[in-house]
Design a binder for this molecule. Structure first.
Ligand code: TRP
Length: 331
């Protein structure tokens, strides 16, 4: 089994990214290693320039995301962790695959429509985003792509592109399938439980950032919204706030939802919120420590990433060569 996933280098990462992303990557690394497979984790910095981003912000968020990947337990022994722009095959593959991606398909992408709507400047890069993403995956002949729900349409298009290329130029690519997070992996904003916890939208007080200090984390949980009534039960429709907190505690402590409900039968909201906050502080502490160590020495971090880029380039090259060859380039 070959696994590939791309992680956006943008914004501050949150507890939501841990639950729905980082945690999954580490599990995937272990699964892939257990059955003799390989896993690739790519910080997709080339995707970050599809909407305006300050150069200094791009550089910092690339290194930051990479450090979090290592901090949570990915390692270059068992996986390949790298930065997209350091493996030039990605830019090349995107150009070549542009020939088998249609204008109509790209124009129909929901994310393109949403991100371009009302913008004064819509880049050609934003339009081509899904082609770059298809190249990321196809270059590695990945079977499985762990990915968020919002990326279903892009993954479907990657499959279409792979199939079209195979049909036109002969069998070249594995057609990948998406692996989507289970329900419960979707942590919500502590102030606005009707929306996912992400830094780009929603009340900042309801967003737990991975870099938040213990005191800030405690405060955010203390002020989390709850629901009417006083029962601590998991009922996302009637009790979105409490249900979210139960799910967060399940993620942080590894307990089941039923066990948590049983344990809190005779407790009030106040104590419960405090306990969830404490569990999150404890969960994050060792990772934050490791992150701080990695960020204290960016030279070492860059060295680790250079190792990944080398491995990735070696893995991608045969597929890229085959693409050029099949398409008829006289190289
Ligand atoms: N588009 C993905 C996202 O927004 C990131 C991404 C880029 C990706 N290339 C990928 C994910 C390849 C999986 C595989 O989350």
């Amino acid at each position: 089994m070959r696994v590939f996933s791309g992680i956006r280098a943008s914004g501050d990462k949150t507890l939501g990214n841990y639950s729905g992303g980082f945690r999954q990557y580490v599990a995937t690394q272990d699964e892939a290693a257990a059955d003799g497979g390989e896993a690739f984790f790519c910080v997709v910095d080339l995707h970050s320039i599809t909407t305006p981003i300050e150069p200094a912000v791009l550089r910092e968020s690339t290194l930051s995301v990479a450090a979090w990947l290592f901090a949570f337990g990915l390692d270059q022994q068992r996986s390949t962790v790298f930065v997209q722009s350091q493996v030039v095959a990605h830019a090349e593959a995107a150009w070549l695959l542009g020939a088998v991606s249609s204008f109509g398909e790209l124009r129909r992408m929901t994310q393109f429509k949403e991100k371009s709507e009302g913008q004064e400047f819509v880049s050609a890069a934003l339009f081509n985003y899904p082609v770059l993403m298809a190249g990321d995956i196809l270059l590695y002949q990945a079977d499985v792509v762990p990915i968020g729900d919002d990326q279903r349409q892009h993954l479907e298009l990657s499959r279409t592109i792979a199939e079209r290329f195979n049909l036109r130029y002969g069998e070249t690519f594995v057609v990948p399938r998406g692996a989507y997070p289970r329900e419960g992996a979707r942590i919500r904003n502590l102030q606005e439980p009707d929306r996912l916890m992400s830094t780009s939208r929603g009340a900042p007080q309801g967003v737990v950032r991975l870099v938040d200090s213990p005191d800030i984390i405690r405060r955010k949980f203390k002020t989390a919204v709850t629901d009417s009534g006083r029962e601590i039960v998991h009922d996302p429709e009637a009790k979105p706030g409490i249900s979210n907190l139960i799910e967060i505690l399940a993620v942080a402590s590894g307990e089941s939802i039923a066990d948590i409900e049983a344990r809190y039968e005779d407790h009030g909201y106040g104590q419960f919120k405090q306990d969830v906050g404490e569990a999150v502080v404890e969960l994050l502490a060792p990772y934050q420590q490791r992150y701080a160590e990695l960020r204290a020495d960016d030279a070492e971090l860059r060295r680790m990433l250079a190792v990944g880029a080398q491995k990735a380039a070696t893995a991608a090259q045969p597929t890229l060569d085959r693409m050029y060859e099949r398409m008829g380039f006289a190289r």
